[in-house]
Design a protein around this ligand. Structure first.
Ligand SMILES: NC(=O)c1ccc[n+]([C@@H]2O[C@H](COP(=O)([O-])OP(=O)(O)OC[C@H]3O[C@@H](n4cnc5c(N)ncnc54)[C@H](OP(=O)(O)O)[C@@H]3O)[C@@H](O)[C@H]2O)c1
Length: 332
């Protein structure tokens, strides 16, 4: 069936709270340009980065359709070359922009065909988040068997997958999570220790990390919480250790005087997924790894909830309100 001329989409006209998420039911369907595919989305991923673009923490041109990933079916190809042999009716997952919509025009180079064995929900629960954590564990700091790793927000969309990847590698994992249910979830993934950093006993998580590691500290901290945890992360890392700051769930890390790193010779990284996955080769490398982990059953996914597109504000409220575990999805 040819695409309609208008579609449902979530449009943000100006930065702000969840009230700026406008549900439009007659937004124009984009026309695929040279090198693009028109995809009829079925499920879109909700990622914390979407909230940064909504609030303006990360600047972006407005009006804007939020959403950095979706899975759906190719309904049209733009003119020009077709280097990856896409065809109408291919089932694809993609990472680009404007995902909170029934249709998205996306660069061919950002889309991949999804094997039949992997469901729409499973691919969206692990696509952007899974590719992120694979690149963090392989490239930002190449985690080795036996490394002590501190992972904050271990029950979240990225954290749920990262805990498993770290255990597959053979690292010793100390996770943090807010509340007893999240703690149990992270334990069930095989984390060696899990600290409820919102509880009275868990508030001094730095001391606990030191005790667990025999006073030494961890080899690497993966910190996506940012403002509230960065000082503790700096204390909890070992001499010559690495801190990977990869997100701002509680707000950005303030400007850091570099001499704070010198007493322990600490290395700091501030990676982004799109910095590691820029070329087609890089995308295919990580996608192949992700898909084989999913197909073999080694990597499990967790969907917090699939929300109708119209309930996007609720999804953002739940994510920012720390109410979710695993991944939030929108049904296009
Ligand atoms: N650099 C990159 O390329 C990249 C790519 C993907 C994701 N990320 C980052 O990874 C992090 C996780 O993303 P996600 O989409 O999977 O989200 P998520 O982990 O599902 O949700 C964020 C979690 O952060 C924790 N948190 C701690 N303090 C918080 C606060 N003040 N407000 C809200 N949440 C707080 C909460 O878990 P607790 O209740 O357990 O504390 C919350 O569930 C985000 O920081 C995101 O920006 C970065």
């Amino acid at each position: 069936m040819p695409p309609l001329s208008t579609m449902k989409a979530i449009v943000v006209e100006k930065p702000g709270g969840t009230e700026v998420l406008e549900v439009r039911s007659h937004h124009p369907v984009p026309t695929p340009q040279e090198g693009q595919l028109l995809v009829k989305n079925r499920i879109c991923g909700v990622n914390y980065i979407d909230t940064y673009f909504r609030t303006g923490l990360y600047p972006s041109a407005k009006p804007e359709i939020l959403g950095r990933e979706a899975v759906g079916t190719v309904v049209a190809l733009g003119p020009g070359a077709n280097p990856y042999n896409f065809q109408v009716s291919d089932r694809v997952a993609w990472m680009a922009t404007s995902g909170y919509a029934e249709y998205s025009a996306v660069p061919q180079a950002s889309a991949v065909k999804v094997p039949e064995e992997i469901s729409d929900e499973d691919v969206m629960a692990s696509f952007l988040s899974g590719l992120t954590v694979l690149s963090l564990a392989k490239e930002t700091y190449p985690v080795q068997k036996g490394d002590w790793v501190l992972l904050h927000a271990a029950a979240g969309g990225a954290g749920f997958l990262m805990t498993q990847i770290l255990k597959i590698i053979g690292a010793k994992v100390i996770g943090t999570a807010g509340g007893p249910e999240k703690v149990e979830l992270v334990k069930s993934l095989g984390a060696d220790y899990v600290i409820d950093y919102r509880s009275e006993e868990g508030k001094d998580w730095v001391k606990q990390v030191k005790e667990i590691t025999g006073g030494r500290g961890v080899d690497v901290v993966y910190d996506s919480v940012g403002k509230d945890t960065w000082e503790g992360s700096l204390e909890a890392v070992k001499r010559k250790g690495t801190i990977v700051w990869f997100g701002n769930a509680s707000g950005p890390v303030p400007p850091l005087p570099l001499n704070k790193l010198s007493p322990k010779c600490v290395k700091v990284a501030r990676p982004t997924l799109f910095g590691y996955i820029e070329t087609r080769e890089e995308l295919e490398f990580y996608v192949n790894e992700l898909f084989s982990l999913l197909k073999s059953g080694q990597l499990k996914v967790k969907v917090h909830k699939v929300y109708p597109l119209e309930e996007v504000a609720q999804a953002h409220n739940d994510l920012e309100g720390r109410k979710s575990t695993g991944k939030l999805l929108l049904k296009a």
